[in-house]
Ligand binder design. Sequence first.
Ligand code: FEO
Length: 403
Amino acid sequence: MNPFAISDALSCISVDVHTTELFEGIWPTPEGVTLNTYLVKGKKNALIDLVQDRHKASDQVQTALQTQGLDLKAVDYLILNHLEPDHTGWLKQFREKNPQAEIIATPKGINLVKSFYNINENLRAVKDGETLDLGNGTVLTFFETPNLHWPETMVTWEGASGTLFSCDAFGSFGALGGRLFDDEFSPPELQAFEKNTLRYYANIVASFSPFVEKAIQKLAGLNIACIAPSHGLVWRKNPSAVIQQYQRYASYSKGPAEQEIAVIWGSMYGNTKQGLEAVLEGIESEGLPYSLHRVPDDNISYILAAAFKSAGLVIAAPTYEYALFPPMAYVLDIFRRKHIHRKTALRIGSWGWSGGAQKEYDASIAGLSWTSIEPFEWVGVPSPQDLEILKNRGRALAQSIKT
Ligand code: FEO
């Protein structure tokens, strides 16, 4: 199937990676992930973004080039929109096979080529708006998109076909299984696939949402016919769909997000769980949707995606040794690092011989701009009066999200 033709001059070499290795060493990809490399042919040839040196991805790229009658030595330019090793891990080996190809990146990107890979020859730092004419009417233009999601990031534009090579921006988790383009997927399949896009955004991009908005504004003047990211679908039928998805996700960072509640809970011996059930009753009485995520059982990648998408949070966890239940402390630390801002949150939990969880919770969320529903703690098993209070707290949270 590889490579997939985008136009006479452009094609995508898309590698599905299925691995239990965590993406960035943190995030699971049980549905796989794609690494997309692009071949641009004029009188000169360019590759846009590379792949890792693992999972036989580089073998697949070389095989795909051979189907075009090319080998690595036929590559005149290697354009690196972004230096994270999922797109550059194979760079050293590429360079050994082709010492002559000119490597193109932003000035910060070129510095990373030197420091990550000790490559110092045939490098070209390009400025914002600079062009590269490959001949035969194929001209590439480079636009800096800093902090999307690394400082050195740029995108590459091919005007004849209206294709934007956006690297991580507009990307997604999820392998594609021999398809690539949005028009090869049914509307229900695209809808189902969006959960991969949301989780990718929440895990990788969300901290940089203001820069997503800046980049979309900056590129708004381009007549985009095709969005070609380095992970996931290539959008040639409806590129505005993924732009709108990313705009919506970026807006979650400013709040409010979707009218739903992510319920994150942990319980040692069932007392906090019992109190939580009363909270859920209160939420249900208001008809608001919610999702349940237990710690430490559920992976932080999914918890982060649910919390990012939801306007409301329930944080249900007991006191553990005078402090917050440790798996919940980890969740809140990730929320702080990933800028999960502007939520309306209810914290509840039981304690035994001493409290302490609420104090640590308050310190953990300071700076997140959360609106707190009055928290509630109880000793041991919740009493009928406690359960009534908890039910009312759940109702109050739901009402607050709806208004
Ligand atoms: Fe897909 Fe930030 O690398």
